[in-house]
Design a binder for this molecule. Structure first.
Ligand code: GMT
Length: 394
């Protein structure tokens, strides 16, 4: 991988480490930056799941929270702020880049308050979705979320739609820079498609559909099962469900109730996501809301068209009628019809598959987007006056 000619920075990256898009983006970004020669310090309560144990230029700082019987809820934010300040004292960070505002943006601000000015890192908060549209709007978090955004030196959002929502809901006077997510299309590639891998999920002559998420209510995983149920009446097909979360059992129960359980494989969380995604004929993402839809982008990079809800930032990722179809949230009948239409037309699905792959490669290619983050870091620490494409201030 190429080292960039820019000044090498000491960077802190804070994220939620478990399965979820914001942790994936934070990890992949950190690894790309490390490959460019920056020193990247990850902070979390466990190693983010896509970060390898030992990797050049990366350091992992585990945040341990001491429990005490007095605490019903151990104060993770305080332990995180303390760890951040401790590391900054030993090796000052140029930038502290937190992913998902809650509670990371507050911890970043607390850290800066604990340090003398010469040791304070610049802070950047990247908004990923429900930190703004759901959790951040809750009464118990709204005020502190707005406060911590106002105190961040820079704010980015992963889609135009999310940037707009941030300005609308939080009326922060701060500019929100749009920096979309990215996908490594050498890693997520149709080249991984193989009959032997596919045969683990589907028989000859069966179509293979899939879904990947953290099975939270916002993902509407029951709609995945309902869509598949309608489709399965007319087409020989199987469904692979990747991930886990609160709606896993309800999804399994619904599949049993509808009599399709034997056609659905619940894989749980998997490490080898590209190997599974690339076997699919179609990816389903019927979410209530997606700020971006990273899982859809990863499927597209594998040459898999997407049938999804027309919500949030998904229209910025999935080009309707070209790399997939976007339908009203909850309209499982139309989703099933669109899926059947695609699967039943060999020429069309081949065209959509190629367009999905092309779009992922051209529009969401890592190096250009990582350049934008690097530029933004330099701008925030005052070493350049403006940042480059593809993001723009809203
Ligand atoms: O907002 C969330 O639900 C958290 C986050 C996660 O960790 O899963 O997901 C969001 O961030 C991803 C990466 O930027 C986006 O691709 C997802 O669309 C977004 N999820 C939602 O907006 C529901």
């Amino acid at each position: 991988m190429e080292e960039s000619s820019r000044r090498k920075l000491n960077l802190g990256i804070v994220c939620h480490p478990a399965y979820g898009g914001s942790g994936v983006v934070a990890s992949e970004l950190g690894l790309e930056l490390a490959a460019r020669g920056h020193h990247v310090h990850f902070f979390s309560h466990s190693l983010p799941f896509r970060v390898p144990d030992a990797h050049p230029n990366t350091f992992f700082h585990e945040v341990e929270v001491t429990s005490y019987p007095l605490f019903k809820y151990p104060p993770y934010t305080l332990a995180l702020a303390t760890k951040l300040a401790e590391v900054c004292r030993k090796q000052p960070l140029d930038v502290l880049h937190v992913h998902y505002a809650i509670p990371h943006a507050v911890a970043a601000w607390l850290c800066t308050q604990m340090l003398p000015p010469e040791q304070r890192p610049a802070t950047i908060t990247t908004l990923h979705g429900t930190d703004i549209t759901l959790v951040g709007l809750d009464n118990s978090f709204f005020e502190i979320t707005r406060f911590s955004l106002d105190r961040s030196d820079g704010i980015t959002a992963v889609s135009d739609q999310l940037a707009g929502e941030t300005l609308r809901c939080f009326s922060t006077g701060r500019p929100v820079k749009i920096i979309p997510n990215f996908v490594d299309s050498d890693k997520f590639t149709p080249e991984l498609r193989s009959q032997s891998r596919r045969s683990a999920f589907a028989r000859q002559g069966e179509f293979l559909l899939g879904h990947l998420s953290n099975f939270r209510p916002v993902k509407r995983v029951l709609d995945v099962i309902r869509t598949f149920h309608i489709l399965h009446r007319d087409l020989p097909a199987r469904l692979v469900m990747i991930g886990e979360g609160v709606d896993l059992e309800p999804a399994r129960n619904l599949a049993a109730e509808l009599g399709i359980l034997e056609h659905v494989t619940f894989l749980g969380p998997v490490d080898r996501v590209p190997e599974v995604l690339s076997q699919l004929d179609l990816f389903l993402l019927p979410s209530e809301y997606e700020s971006f839809g990273l899982a859809a982008l990863e499927a597209m990079a594998c040459g898999v068209p997407v049938v999804a809800s027309s919500t949030g930032g998904l229209p910025e990722v999935v080009e309707d009628g070209k790399c997939g179809y976007l339908c009203e949230v909850g309209d499982v009948r139309t989703m099933a019809e669109r899926a059947a239409e695609l699967l039943g037309d060999k020429q069309k699905i081949t065209r959509f598959s190629a367009a999905a792959r092309e779009r992922a490669r051209n529009e969401f290619e890592p190096s250009r987007i990582v350049d934008t983050y690097e530029d933004f870091y330099l701008q925030i620490i005052g070493e350049t006056s403006e940042s480059g494409s593809p993001g723009s201030d809203d």
